[in-house]
Design a protein around this ligand. Sequence first.
Ligand SMILES: [Zn+2]
Length: 80
Amino acid sequence: MHKLLILLILGTASSCGGPAVNAQAISKADTVLICKSKAAHAYHRYECGGLKHCTYQLARMTREQAVAKGFRPCKICYRK
Ligand SMILES: [Zn+2]
């Protein structure tokens, strides 16, 4: 029983650094949010203030998928 607990703790600690975390960070940066309104034609970052105006559901997808669907980068959160 104690051995199992130690293994669990070690497993959690070792996942805090290393390539797995980097891969996760990249995939999150590549994920964008889209407002499901008919008028919406832009994709947003997670922290975008413009998403507060969206009264519809939000869809989450990769940036590639959003671009493929004809969405453009939001002017508020992709200013640069
Ligand atoms: Zn935005």
